[in-house]
Design a protein around this ligand. Structure first.
Ligand SMILES: Cc1cc2nc3c(=O)[nH]c(=O)nc-3n(C[C@H](O)[C@H](O)[C@H](O)COP(=O)(O)OP(=O)(O)OC[C@H]3O[C@@H](n4cnc5c(N)ncnc54)[C@H](O)[C@@H]3O)c2cc1C
Length: 410
C-alpha cells in the first residue's frame, strides 16, 4: 500500500491514540499508522500512581481504547516498535529493524522519560522509577514486602506514590530538596497544605535535604545517605525527580527543539509536515501568549485532537486552559490555569483550608485570576477555567466569599 498520504504517529500512548481516534472520527480514510516502543495497547498513566498501584483496579481500566478498536478502525498499531530516525526530506521514519515507513504527515507523541537521580548508587537494584505499567507492577510488588519506603522528590509522582506506600502500610520518608513539596508549582501558601496532608498521614517529610548517595550492598539498595551524612534506611527507594521530554528524534531530524519540540498553536513543528502533541510538545498557547510544555493528562488527551485536525488541513488553534488533577489519601483536587514559579502576586482562599475543602486562586498583579484549584469541592472547575479565560480582574472579596457563585464572576 502506498503511504504517501499516510498519517504516521510516533508514540502509542494517550496522545498518540487520541490522535488516531480523531483522524478516523474526522472521516480520514487513508492509512493511519500508530507506532510505539511499548508492548502494551495504548494506556493512561495517572492510575499507575493511584488506584492501579493500590490494587483497586486491574489493567483493563487503563486502556484508551480496547485492543480490538484499532483493527476495527483500520489503525495499523505497531507495538514493540521503536522509531530510530526521521528522514524529513524523504518523508519517512526509520524503524529499529532498519525498515522505513513513508508519511504524508507525521505526528510526534513521544512523551517523556523519568530523570535519573544523579548520585552514586542511583542504578542499584531497588531504586525504582514510575512511568510505565510494568514500573507500577514492580512498585506494587515491592510494597507487599516493604516496611520502609524512601521517596526521593516531593513532586506529584513522589507524593502520590508516598500516599500509596502509606496505604500499603509502609513507613514512608519523603526527601525533598526544596523547602516544601510542590513549592515551584503551587507556591508557598498551597505547598504548605500538601506538606501537612502528608505529615498528617504519618509521612516523615524531610525538606531542604540533598541526597548524596544511595547506599547498598551486593548491588541492592538499602538506604539513602543525605549530604549532611544522615542515613535513611529503606527496603524500597522510589525516585520521582522529574521528567525530560523525548526530543531526540526531533532534534536529530533538525526540528526546532527547546524544552520540547517547538510548535505553533496548530501543533505544527518547524517542518510543515511534522506535528507534535502531548508531553513532548512545547506549543505556542494563544491564551497564555507564549510557548508552554504541559506534562499532564488533560493536555495529552485534548492537544492531539487539535493536532490531528491540523494534519487534515483544518484551521484550529489549541488554546484550552491547562488542567490537571491529583488524588492523595482523602484529598482530590483539580487545577485550571497556568502560573510560572513566583509568577503571581497574591493567593486568595475560599472555604475551609484546615478541613481541606476549599478553592484557591492565584492572582496576577492586575487582579486577573491566573489559576485556581478546587480541593475536595466538585463541579466548579469549569467556572474556574472560565475565570482564567476571561482575563478580567476579579475582586478578591468576591473570590474569597463562598456564598458568591463562581460562575457569576466570570
Ligand atoms: C505515574 C504517573 C501518574 C500521573 N498522574 C497524573 C495525574 O494525576 N494528573 C495529570 O494531569 N497527569 C498525570 N500524569 C501525566 C500524564 O500521564 C502524561 O502527561 C501523559 O501520559 C502524557 O502522554 P503522552 O502520550 O504525551 O506521552 P507518554 O505517556 O510519555 O507516551 C509516549 C509514548 O511514546 C513512546 N515512544 C517514545 N519514543 C518513541 C520512539 N522513538 N518510537 C516509538 N515509540 C516511542 C513511549 O514508549 C511512550 O509509550 C501522570 C504520569 C505518570 C507517569
Amino acid at each position: 500500500m502506498s503511504t504517501d498520504n499516510a498519517m504516521v504517529i510516533v508514540g502509542a500512548s494517550l496522545a498518540g491514540a487520541r490522535a488516531a481516534e480523531t483522524l478516523r472520527g474526522e472521516g480520514f480514510e487513508g492509512p493511519v499508522i500508530l507506532i510505539g516502543s511499548e508492548d502494551e495497547t495504548p494506556y493512561e498513566r495517572p492510575p499507575l500512581s493511584k488506584d492501579y498501584l493500590m490494587g483497586k483496579h486491574g489493567r483493563d481500566k487503563l486502556y484508551v481504547q480496547p485492543r480490538e478498536w484499532y483493527g476495527e478502525h483500520k489503525v495499523d498499531l505497531r507495538l514493540g516498535t521503536t522509531v530510530t530516525a526521521i528522514d524529513p526530506a524523504a518523508h519517512e521514519v526509520v524503524l529499529g529493524d532498519g525498515s522505513r515507513v513513508g508519511y504524508g504527515k507525521l505526528l510526534l507523541t513521544t512523551g517523556s522519560s523519568p530523570r535519573h537521580v544523579p548520585v552514586p548508587g542511583g542504578d542499584l537494584d531497588g531504586v525504582l522509577y514510575l512511568r510505565q505499567v510494568q514500573d507500577s507492577d514492580r512498585i506494587r510488588a515491592a510494597f507487599e514486602h516493604a516496611s520502609r519506603v524512601a521517596v526521593i522528590g516531593a513532586g506529584w509522582i513522589g507524593l502520590e506514590t508516598a500516599a500509596a506506600a502509606r496505604n500499603a502500610g509502609a513507613e514512608v520518608t519523603v526527601l525533598e530538596m526544596a523547602e516544601l513539596p510542590l513549592l515551584r508549582v503551587l507556591g508557598r501558601e498551597v505547598a504548605e497544605v500538601f506538606a501537612k496532608l502528608h505529615t498528617d498521614n504519618g509521612v516523615d517529610l524531610r525538606t531542604g535535604v540533598h541526597v548524596a548517595e544511595i547506599t547498598g550492598s551486593d548491588g541492592k539498595a538499602s538506604g539513602v545517605r543525605l549530604a549532611d551524612g544522615s542515613p535513611i534506611d529503606a527496603d524500597v527507594i522510589i525516585a520521582g525527580v522529574g521528567i525530560t521530554p523525548n526530543v531526540q528524534l526531533a532534534a536529530e531530524a533538525g526540528l526546532r527543539v527547546d524544552n520540547g519540540v517547538i510548535t505553533d498553536a496548530q501543533l505544527r513543528t518547524s517542518d510543515p509536515d511534522v506535528f507534535a502533541a502531548g508531553d513532548v510538545a512545547n506549543a505556542f498557547h494563544p491564551l497564555i501568549g507564549k510557548h508552554i510544555r504541559v506534562e499532564h493528562w488533560a493536555n495529552a488527551r485534548h492537544q492531539p485532537v487539535a493536532a490531528a485536525k491540523a494534519m487534515l488541513g483544518q484551521d484550529v488553534a489549541f488554546d484550552r486552559v491547562p488542567y490537571f488533577y491529583t488524588d492523595q489519601y482523602d484529598l482530590g483536587m483539580e487545577y485550571a490555569g497556568y502560573v510560572e514559579p513566583d509568577g503571581y502576586a497574591e493567593v486568595v482562599f475560599r472555604g475551609d483550608v484546615p478541613g481541606r475543602e476549599f478553592v484557591v486562586f492565584w492572582l496576577g498583579g492586575d487582579g486577573r485570576v491566573l489559576a485556581g484549584m478546587n480541593v475536595n469541592i466538585w463541579d466548579v472547575n469549569d467556572a474556574i477555567a472560565a475565570l482564567v479565560r476571561s482575563g478580567q480582574p476579579v475582586g478578591r472579596d468576591a473570590l474569597a466569599d463562598a456564598s458568591v457563585p463562581l460562575d457569576s464572576l466570570a
